[in-house]
Write a protein of this length. Sequence first.
Lengths: 187, 424
Amino acid sequence: MLKITSLIMATVLLSSCSTTVEELYQKVAAKPSVVNNEESVVAADSSRFEPQEYNGNYVRKDGGQSSVLQMATAELKNTGVQFVLYFSYDGSEIDEAATQAIIKHANFMRDNPSLNLRLEGHADERGTREYNLALGENRALAVKEVLGLYDLNSRVEVISFGEETPLIQAHDESAWGKNRRVEFIYQ
Amino acid sequence: MRQFAAAFLALYATASFAILEVTILKKDENAFPIVISPFAVKGDAKQGEVIANIMRDNFNRSGEFNASSADYIINSQINFDKWKDKKIEAIVIGKLEQVSKNIFNVEIELIDTYTRKTLYAKKFAVHNSGIRRITHYLSDQIYFALLGVKGSFDTRLAYVTVTNMSNGKREYRLEISDSDAQNPQTIFRAASPILSPAWSPDQNKIAYVSFKNGRSEVFIQYPFMRRKTQKLPYFNGIASAPAWHPNGESLIMTLSKDGNKDIYSYHLKDEKLTRLTKDVGIDTEASYSADGERIAFTSNRSGQVQVYIKYLKTGAIKRATFEGSYNAKAVFSPDGKSLALVHRVDKDYRIALLDIATKDLIVITDNKLDESPFFSPNGGMIIFASNKGDTGVLSVVSILGHQTFELASKAGEVREPNWSHYSK
């Protein structure tokens, strides 16, 4: 179910952003250790989505973390942010569009400090299984690297499944393109 | 010792799985013509037929022989002129005699039809349960007597099967079998992927990668012993691609504990970890040469995926592959002179043989997605995984004979083959 949703989300165009990635990076990099400073969060945050809905003030109700998890991630998904990022053949580069998506997740994580993120890296079936396992981890680590600029490293877990769990069970370019991916899974 | 092992195996196998179907796809008509006569039997010894059949199948699968039967039991009075006319170069005759309920005497003789000399003769007493094993052993002896090279019959395979279940889930099984795919046993079952099974040099352990705890970890299982599966200590990140040192005391594997994927050696007794590669790129799929002095591994350090060799005495690392943009998962031939590897040809991934010294590379398969090559212990054959239609099968190609046979499962996909060493 998650995968289907993610797939749909991935095809939704990103909402336009007023700030370029370089500027975002500069703001973050200039203040590398300001994770607890609410001001800097906002400052680095010009691409954030619907800030009024994610003010970090979630109260744990009877459902505990899982309800926060479900509610928060459902709303994040409604903003159209990608929960799956796709990669080129043998590539693990994060392009500008991907960076913008990751920054949205970074802001979301800062607003929801009780949530942790699991990044699952995947590869297409071409090439050897063990190399692809390594490649899948590199993809997830590349995403984590961007989150690390927001001091979120300790809340991000990286796992690779290589080519073992394809999203699409087919043997053509379009399937391969969908299978070379990193999935964002909040927990 | 071996018989105990077999008994335990029967006890501990969780379930036996469908036997892989063996199909010879391509036969070398110029292979060595040999006749294996039906065995003479005395007493209740129906296995006489079984022995001759197993032996013929062994020789035909090897790609080096064209083994046929005779329509009568050949005894020691051989009509040599007749067989010479038929261009048969050697004849195997045998006898199986029941001694007691479960004990049999096996007698076998290999005769050269041209010189009329006996090249090999042996007599064994064997328990009923050991007949298959003895047949593989005798096949090896005959192979050696004729070619001067050891056979690879008295060895085992390990492989992974994947079945789509009716509930939409997949079931992964780690299986072991005899070299002829008979006698299959499931030694580990999981709902998550299993990768890279590797027989230990003493043939008593199998290392493999399982995701059963949600990430790739290396396990060592003892298929013939009353001993728990051992999980290697947790190192941060990926643990994968295990391969044994020829002395069996340590494993090399890929770890990403520092973010980089590098090759490490882990000594099982000392629990000591030694780093063998250090590079910002991916280093993985390492394997030892038979003398333990070199490892081959896959690396993208050049920007392309290529195979490198590290010379462990000097520490020097040299690139081994230069042809093509993707070469990976190399394994050394038993003589250490060549590597079998996955080589990209345009958009296809095929198995190739690389002469390490001359750098000559020969592509030996012609499918779309071949992977996981592994040599038979005598170096005469390469087993690999291949995609056929929408499913995975194993193929075995004989290097000299240009013969191919296939191992397929009706139940689903077969992949990740590994061939044991000779038993010690």
